[in-house]
Design a binder for this molecule. Sequence first.
Ligand code: DC
Length: 226
Amino acid sequence: MAKPEAAVPLIVTLDGPAGVGKSTLAARLAGELGIAFLDTGAMFRAAAYTLGEGAWDWRQGILQEKLGEFEFSLAGSGRQTRLLLNGKPLPEAIRSEEAGRWASQLAVVPSVRAYMKMAQIFLGQTTSLVAEGRDMGTVVFPGARRKFFLDADPDERARRRCHQLASQGRPADFAAIAASIRQRDDQDRNRPIAPLKPAPDAVVVDTTHLTEDEVLRKVLDLVRAD
Ligand code: DC
């Protein structure tokens, strides 16, 4: 039987730029803590992929109507956490670089941000979460118990992404991935609403020269120290 949730769910936020390793860390951290993880980038990717290219130029009213048909939910916990859209698992195609760029473009639209914020807060009201994204600590969960901001040199992030793609047997062009990462950094850091930046009370971890295990240990020690 599932463990009953504590009265006030535990929220740990992990923010940072594309390719810094947030998703992997969020899944491992959630596994160690026995709670779910929320990949909010996947929510933006799923919306961008479902609505299609150019949705960011639609009228706000139409976008709101379409977003009203979306319902995100979580199943399971730890590394087995699954994010569902209208009860179904998200398609693997949302993981492409193109879907990432569409998501980044859609993520500047005010009605999209408002919808996602509402959906994320709703999930965090009943479920303890490691919530990862761009504005988890600054906008969506300002009262989170612990906040982390992961960063790493852009070329190192591109190398990690290439390595991840290669290990999945997918094509990986370093120059194209590095360019895409820089383009998304620029878009995510400089947008007017909820730009990517560390919350004032976030612990900033530069992971450029750290292994995945070292980052996990550092973050876990701080969460457990609370
Ligand atoms: O983390 P990711 O690469 O899967 O995210 C895809 C895009 O979605 C990212 O470039 C910007 C957007 N995003 C956002 O604006 N806010 C979030 N909390 C998460 C993602």
